[in-house]
Structures are given as C-alpha cells and as structure tokens.
Design a protein around this ligand. Structure first.
Ligand code: GLU
Length: 423
C-alpha cells in the first residue's frame, strides 16, 4: 500500500476493488472474458499540473486528473472532485462506476470522472476560481457536449461549474451550455438538479418500503455527510415523516434517538459551517455514526466507511449508498451474511446524473422544463431501474449490487459488441 493511500480515507486501492467487482460480475452473469478485459481498463487518463496565483502573490501548483472509462453508449459523464486525498486510481474507479451508473439508468452516456488534489476549503473564492479556470484550460480538449461532460462531485458545486462553463465558452467564442451540468439556474442549470441525487435516494427508499409493505415515516435514519447529498436527503426524509436520528460532516456528528430537527441542523450548518454543536443533540464521531441503531444508514460522504473491521457492528437493516463506494467488497460479504440490505451507489445515488442528463438535453435544445416535470421523469427512471435491479437480484439469487452491476455491464458489453472492435 502506498503512503498516499495509507494516510487517506482510502484503506484499499479503489481501482483494484472496482476491477475485482467487474471480474465477479463477469462470472455471475457469464459475460465474455474478452469484454471484461476491455472494460477493466480506462479508455483515457489525463494528468495535468495546475499552476495558479494565490492571493498573496505566490504560485501554487496542484495536480489534476480527468479520466474517461468508456464511451460505448455515448459521451462520457461524471463529476469533478476537489479533495486532498484524490488519487489517480480513485478517479479511475469513480470513472468506471459512472459507466455502470449511466448504463443502469439507461442514459446515453459512458463514464468519466475528474479530480484535483487540493483542499478547496483552504482556498479563497478568487483562488478557487483561478485554479478552476486553469484546470479547465488544461483539460479543454478532453471535454465538450459530445465528448465528455463534467458535473459537481465532492468539494465542487454550481459555482465551480459556472466557471468551467464560462472558461470553455470563452475559448469557443460562444456559450456552450452542454459542456457541463450542475450549473446555476441563471446560466442554463436545470430545476431540480441541486437536490436530484438525494431525491433519487428517496425514491429508492420508497420503492424498497413498497416491496417490504412498510412506510417511509416508520423509519429511523442515520446520515453521514451533510454536503449536497446528505443534507438534502435529511431534509427530504424529514419531510416524508421519517425520523433522522443522526447527521454528520467532516468535523463530526450529532445524535438524538428521538429525532433531529433537520431544518435547525441545516440552519446551524449555514451559520457555523458544521452540524457539530447543534442544540438538543449529543456529539458522536463519524465512526460511531456507522454503528448506530437505526433502520437505514445512509453514507453520503466518502468511500470505504464500512469495511471489514466494522461491518459486523452495523445495526441498520438497510444501507443506502448516497456516496460512491462507501462499502468495501469485504464488508459487502459480511453485510450479506448478516441479512443487511445494501442499496448500491449506482442505483441509490444515480438521481444526480439522471437530472444532469436532463440538464444536458435542455441545454442542447435551449428549452427548459418545469420542476414537476423534472422530478416526475426522474422518478420514472429511478423506479424502473430499481424494479429491474430487484428482479435481476431474484433471478440470479444475488445481492442488489451484483444485480445492478450485472445489468449495467451487460448493457455496456452489448453496445461494445454491436459497435465492434475498431479497426
Ligand atoms: N458526481 C455525481 C455522481 O457521482 C454526478 C455526476 C454527473 O451528474 O455527471 O454521480
């Protein structure tokens, strides 16, 4: 294990995990080994250095990546992550997972991901803007509406997307709405995009409740991460009558077994920058949050938070993966033995890229939809993918993750075979 990996939140190399998962899918679903071999590689990995001027006049230099995993089903799609622990192999794994996610949702996209090794919280707004614009310039030949379309991920937001949109457009000489999604509404964003990832998770939880003859307002939920996904999921579940018993962010967590006042938590985070210290709650750590008694545990932050060492202490009966890769394969096996159901990332957090697809379509047509329409179409797509995944799980007697990946990989494999190997 390299030093970079040992000191970060990554306990294992995510790209190796993603490739092992793919091999397993190949065996379970009987997919041609030649195809699995092709799909276990990323089509293109671009590494750039990003020099930019700091406010004090010195020059900082960051490392950035943009990885395209696959384009068999269409242009590649995936977010850009700003985080100090970003590694090339992490971005490659995340790109591969985007290929599966887009295919499972039946979107006409392949998978990609970008990342910059940096702590965005330590940069001023102006530094963030200069760094983002330089990163965009460095990858300008990789991205484009028909080629590769970035979006927000951990550490980036609609502001960052606006700078990417503007930098790309200035270079082309005209506004190119389709180059990036997750943009602010004022420059061609889509209604509903901001909360779409959480909304997709909610639709999965509702579909699961339907299968089990339960209601969402009977559930207690612990949510790790209070960024875009975690905070919106807390808000939506709270509005549906579920009891949110714990929330957290990178500074720590808060717990109240009788339920947290979610709007107050949102306000507290806005005022203080963290959920820590919220009135009427007990302080807990992010590690403790994973093991709390509740019906649903929703990891909505980083990868590998449920692993071989803590999976046997998870008390939730369902894990809803708002983050990408929060459960390691070793933990998956333990959870399955214990009868804990995992709603896998490619299904449970796909709402974001689904509405990104809607944003891309709206941008290309310069015709924008009402929010109700966005949400109704999102629900249709997520509900259909949930049902297909559920049926595949029954048919193959496997986990929801295997079923979801199986469906996705088969779709990408079919597109690859139909197109044929060039030349
Ligand atoms: N970063 C998000 C994800 O992991 C969104 C990607 C997108 O909208 O393209 O799904």
């Amino acid at each position: 294990m390299s030093e970079a990996v040992a000191t970060s939140h990554l306990r294992e190399n995510p790209y190796e995990l993603a490739r092992t998962q793919l091999e397993h899918v190949g065996e379970v679903f009987g997919i041609e080994p030649n195809l699995i071999r092709v799909l276990s590689h990323c089509k293109k990995v671009v590494e750039v250095s990003i020099p930019f001027q700091r406010d004090d006049g010195t020059v900082g230099v960051f490392t950035g990546f943009r990885v395209t995993h696959n384009v068999a089903r269409g242009p590649s799609k995936g977010g850009i992550r700003y985080h100090p622990d970003v590694t090339r192999d992490e971005v490659k794994a995340l790109a591969m997972w985007m290929t599966w996610k887009c295919a499972l949702m039946a979107l006409p996209f392949g998978g990609a991901k970008g990342g910059v090794v940096c702590d965005p919280k330590s940069l001023s707004e102006k530094e963030l803007e200069r760094m983002t614009r330089r990163y965009t310039s460095e990858i300008i030949n990789e991205i484009g509406p028909e080629r590769d379309i970035p979006a927000p991920d951990v550490g980036t937001d609609s502001r960052v997307m606006a700078w990417i949109f503007d930098t790309y457009s200035m270079n082309k000489g005209h506004s190119v709405l389709g180059v990036v999604t997750g943009k602010p509404l004022s420059v061609g964003g889509s209604l509903g995009r901001e909360e779409a990832t959480a909304r997709g998770s909610l639709y999965c939880i509702q579909a699961l409740a339907g299968k089990r003859g339960q209601r969402v307002d009977e559930y207690t939920v612990a949510i790790q991460g209070f960024g875009n996904v975690g905070s919106n999921l807390a808000r939506l579940l709270h509005a549906e009558g579920a009891k949110v018993v714990a929330v957290s962010d990178s500074r720590g967590g808060v717990y109240n077994p009788h339920g947290i006042d979610v709007p107050a938590a949102v306000e507290h985070k806005r005022e203080t920058g963290s959920v820590v210290g919220l009135a009427g709650t007990d302080a807990i750590t992010n590690e403790e949050l994973v093991e709390l008694p509740c019906d649903i545990f929703a990891p909505c932050a980083l990868e590998q938070v449920v692993h071989a060492e803590n999976a046997d202490r998870v008390q939730a009966s369902v894990i809803c993966e708002g983050a990408n890769g929060p459960v390691t394969p070793a933990a998956d096996a333990i959870l399955e033995d214990r009868g804990i159901l995992v709603l896998p990332d490619v299904l449970a957090n796909a709402g974001g890229v689904v509405v990104s697809y809607f944003e891309w379509v709206q941008g290309l047509q310069e015709y924008f939809w009402q929010e109700d329409e966005v949400n109704a179409k999102l629900r249709d797509i997520v509900a259909r993918a949930f049902e297909e995944t559920w049926q595949t799980r029954e048919r193959y007697q496997t986990s929801l993750r295997m079923a979801a990946y199986g469906l996705a990989v088969q779709r990408v494999a079919e597109a690859t075979t139909t197109r044929g190997l060039y030349p």
